[in-house]
Ligand binder design. Structure first.
Ligand code: SAM
Length: 303
C-alpha cells in the first residue's frame, strides 16, 4: 500500500483492529495522521544519499518509507513487536531500511549500542557520510534520546524531531524564564535550535492532551570544540539546576563538596565578574555557565 493511504485514521483503526491492538500510551503511541506533516518532518531532516537516518519509533512505517526514498540508509527502531511486524510488511521492498525490534535506550543515560553501531559503521564507510536523527519521537524518552546523542563522540549532523511543545519550549528557553533548565543550557551550548512548526493535538491519532512541535536541532562542531570536557560540562549544568532556586554559591559548595573546600569555591567565584552573593544559576547565560564550568574544571584538575 502507498504511504499516502497508510497514515489515515481509518487505516490505522482498521489495521489495529485486524491485529487486535490498541495504541499503547506507555510507549507514546500517537501517530501523525496528516501526511503533509509527516513530509515536513522528513523535509526538515534535509535527507540525502550520504545520510544514514536514525528513526526511533517506526510505528506503522510511513515516515520510514518517505525517508528511505532519499537516504542512503534508514535504521528504524521499534519497541512494540506488533508494530514492528506490521511495519515490516510495508517496508519489505526497501533495500536500505534496517528494522530493529528493541528499546532504543539501554538505560536512561545510554542509547543502545546495537542502535548506534550501524550508524557509526555507515559514517566510517566513506568520507562525507553522516547520520541524522529524524523521527516522531515517543515523548516519554525524547529527553534522554536527544541529550545522549549530543554527548557522543560522533554526534548526529542534525536532529529533526516531533516532541511535546512544552519540551521544545524548554530546549529553547532563555535565562530568567521558568522554562530555562539544564536541558536548555546543554542543548543551546552545542547546537542551533529552531521550532519549525507547532502541531495541535488533532493531527495525531489518538490525540494527545498537549501541543507538539517539530524541532530542528543542529549540532555545531566549533561549539562542541569550545567545551574542553563535554562530560564535565553536562554534569556541571545538571548540578547547577538541581536546586534552581538556591543561590549559586550554595549550589556549588554542595556540588563540589567532595573535591573543594568552601574557601576554594569562593576563590573560584572571586574570579567570576558577574557573580554576586545573590546570583542564581537560572539568571546566567549559556556563555556565562560555560565560563563558570571551565573555571571549576581547571580548579578541580589542579587539586
Ligand atoms: N513514526 C510513527 C509516526 O510518526 O506515526 C510513530 C511515532 S509514535 C509517536 C512513537 C513510536 O515509538 C511508537 O510506535 C512506540 O511504540 C515507539 N517507542 C516507544 N518507546 C520506544 C523506545 N524506547 N524504543 C523504540 N521505540 C519506542
Amino acid at each position: 500500500m502507498s504511504t499516502t493511504n497508510r497514515q489515515t485514521v481509518s487505516y490505522l483503526n482498521r489495521r489495529f483492529r485486524q491485529v487486535g491492538l490498541e495504541p499503547n500510551k506507555r510507549h507514546g503511541q500517537n501517530f501523525l495522521i496528516d501526511l503533509n506533516l509527516v513530509r515536513m518532518i522528513a523535509d526538515t531532516g534535509d535527507i540525502g544519499p550520504a545520510d544514514a537516518v536514525l528513526e526511533i519509533g517506526t510505528g506503522t512505517g510511513s515516515l520510514t518509507a518517505m525517508m528511505a526514498e532519499k537516504a542512503g540508509l534508514v535504521v528504524t527502531v521499534e519497541i512494540d513487536e506488533h508494530l514492528h511486524q506490521l511495519a515490516k510488511e510495508e517496508l519489505e521492498s526497501f533495500g536500505n531500511v534496517r528494522m530493529l525490534l528493541q528499546d532504543a535506550l539501554r538505560n536512561k543515560n545510554n542509547l543502545s549500542p546495537a542502535v548506534l553501531a550501524p550508524l557509526l559503521e555507515w559514517v566510517q564507510g566513506s568520507p562525507g557520510r553522516r547520520y541524522k536523527l529524524v523521527a516522531n519521537l515517543p515523548y516519554n524518552v525524547a529527553t534522554p534520546i536527544i541529550s545522549n546523542l549530543l554527548m557522543l563522540d560522533v554526534p548526529p549532523a542534525l536532529i529533526a524531531v516531533t516532541i511535546q511543545k512544552e519540551l521544545g519550549d524548554r530546549i529553547m528557553a532563555k535565562p530568567s524564564t521558568k522554562d530555562y533548565s539544564a536541558l536548555s543550557v546543554w542543548v543551546q551550548a552545542v547546537c542551533d535550535v529552531q521550532m519549525v512548526r507547532v502541531l495541535p493535538p488533532n493531527v495525531f491519532w489518538p490525540a494527545p492532551k498537549v501541543d507538539s512541535a517539530i524541532m530542528r536541532i543542529e549540532p555545531i562542531e566549533e561549539r562542541r570544540r569550545a567545551i574542553p570536557d563535554l562530560g564535565f560540562f553536562h554534569t556541571f549544568v545538571r548540578s547547577l539546576f538541581f536546586h534552581r532556586r538556591k543561590f549559586l554559591r550554595s549550589v556549588l559548595v554542595s556540588a563540589f563538596k567532595e573535591q573543594l573546600s568552601k574557601p576554594e569555591v569562593d576563590a573560584v567565584l572571586a574570579g567570576i565578574s558577574y557573580f554576586t552573593p545573590t546570583t542564581r544559576a537560572e539568571e546566567l547565560s549559556v556563555g556565562q555557565i560555560q565560563e563558570l564550568s571551565e573555571a571549576f574544571r581547571q580548579t578541580v584538575k589542579r587539586t
